[in-house]
Design a protein around this ligand. Structure first.
Ligand code: ATP
Ligand code: MN
Length: 462
């Protein structure tokens, strides 16, 4: 007998077919002589209504007492629904019960729990409407990311997770070691890293960019999509210690090309989610963030604002608002400033570019003004920074000088400098935080609720 998903069995085309559907019972309602079971298998936001008649052999023993959370398989005919919102229902001819779920202890009963509470049950929360929806949107976005780049001639490359170079002082790094932490080998009081597994200190990567540049400077257009780790002790709603990042890197691109790509990319991801996750997006619009669909549609339809950092400072200084951190040229913009620009002043995504060079890492291209570098950050309402990128410094002498200025030893980056020594080309790229885009699309307020297993300071269950 054909196995069918709940999503497929809910469509009118399924009417008349005899199928098996398997999943978890959301609710059971009893009527005279039969029961309604709401069945969900993760394939869609909506449930399939199952009608189980008392003539079924295990009706009295099992079906009539089925509890929320139980797993079952149902054979039957898909019929036109007698009423209600969905076009179909399943008339059961056989119901097999796999596992029960004691209502005294199973946490996901009818009552709506807070997201904080659900984080304690991260292993069960994908069975809720919200987290099922988040995971389906996350999946759609992941697929769109690959589609977008593959259709545009990019190569997918995998950069290392264990690294010996600190990309940008982007945040504190997690050390990777096999040394005995109780009695590590020492020379002159210091830990002897030459006796560690790799013969030198190694860390979990904070960004694949430097390695992605190798492949851009040989294969043209590439992108990475992989895990990234930052040991920053920031307990915010937008930071994780382990997150996924997408990093395109393109030879022969300047900062304008980079901005154009970032805008096209974000619009494609949002547009795909609105079209292909319509039911989930309706759910988020209704239950998580009112007006979410309209906000996203507006972002797809309107051009992003492009604004030099220096002009942004002018706007912030003269806007009449008092910020917690006072504004002056040369400062790193705080979340309150970024959000003022994108949410209040422009009410649109803003690409801030040409930042003070003192704020940015060594690899960003230095402008002729001597004060700024060709950096860009894409800011969006509610989330703030979603993308950070730049045109890279492709002049050997300038790059070496910048490294020294920032206290880095050029010899440690010999391979990176070789890319400028042999056939150097202008190139550019950016990083999109995957969980930030999932957050932005779903409207979920906390980044911990858009990743399967959130890792944050003090928390790494299973
Ligand atoms: P922020 O200022 O928000 O801390 P950043 O400037 O340190 O971010 P980048 O080094 O530019 O971040 O990283 C590129 C992108 O990765 C960011 O634009 C953001 O989308 C994402 N990102 C950075 N840090 C985190 C984090 N700790 N958790 C989740 N996503 C992150
Ligand atoms: Mn950034």
């Amino acid at each position: 007998m054909a196995i069918m998903s709940v999503a497929a069995a809910r469509r009118a085309e399924a009417i008349g077919r005899t199928v098996t559907v398997r999943g978890w019972v959301r609710t059971r309602r009893d009527a005279k002589g039969f029961s309604f079971l709401e069945l969900n298998d993760g394939s869609s936001q909506g449930n399939l209504q199952v009608i189980a008649d008392q003539s079924l052999s295990n009706y009295a023993d099992e079906i009539a007492s089925l509890a929320t959370g139980s797993s079952i398989s149902v054979e039957g005919e898909v019929v036109a629904s007698g009423g209600g919102k969905q076009p179909t229902e399943l008339k059961a001819t056989r119901v097999v019960v796999y596992g029960g779920a004691d209502p005294e202890t199973y946490p996901l009963q009818k009552k709506r729990h807070t997201y904080e509470k659900l984080r304690e049950w991260a292993h069960l929360r994908p069975r809720t409407n919200t987290f099922g929806g988040v995971m389906r949107v996350r999946n759609r976005l992941a697929r769109s990311i690959h589609d977008f780049f593959q259709e545009d001639g990019f190569l997918y490359v995998n950069t290392p997770i264990i690294t010996s170079s600190d990309c940008e002082g982007a945040g504190a790094m997690f050390r990777v070691t096999t040394l005995d932490l109780d009695k590590p080998p020492r020379v002159e009081g210091k830990i002897d890293a030459s006796r560690d597994f790799f013969g030198k200190p190694t860390f979990l990567t904070v960004s694949g960019q430097l390695e992605a540049e190798i492949f851009a400077c040989s294969l043209g257009k590439v992108y990475t999509f992989g895990p990234t780790f930052r040991a920053e002790n920031s307990n915010t709603s937008r930071h994780l210690a382990e997150f996924w990042m997408i990093e395109p890197e393109m030879a022969f691109y300047d900062l304008n090309d980079n901005m154009e790509l970032a805008e096209r990319f974000l619009k494609r991801l949002i547009g795909d989610a609105l079209r292909d996750c319509a039911e989930d997006m309706q759910f988020f619009d209704q239950w998580v963030e009112k007006g979410q669909i309209e906000l996203l549609q507006g972002i797809v339809d309107k051009p992003f604002i492009r604004l030099p950092y220096t002009e942004a400072i002018g706007i912030l200084e003269s806007c009449g608002r008092t910020f917690e951190y006072p504004v002056s040229w040369g400062m790193d913009l705080q979340s309150e400033h970024e959000r003022y620009l994108t949410e209040t002043h422009f009410q649109a995504p803003v690409i801030l570019h040409d930042y003070p060079r003192s704020l940015k890492p060594f690899y960003m291209y230095c402008n002729d003004d001597g004060r700024t570098v060709r950096a860009m950050d894409v800011l969006v309402p509610k989330v703030g920074e979603i993308i950070g990128g730049s045109q890279r410094e492709d002049r050997l002498d300038v790059l070496e000088a910048r490294m020294k200025e920032q206290g880095l030893e050029p010899a440690d980056y010999w391979w990176y400098l070789d890319l400028r020594r042999y056939g150097s080309v202008p190139h550019a790229g950016f990083g999109l935080g995957f969980e930030r885009i999932v957050q932005f699309v779903t409207g979920m307020g906390n980044i911990r609720d858009v990743i399967p297993c959130p890792r944050t300071p003090g928390s790494a269950e299973f």
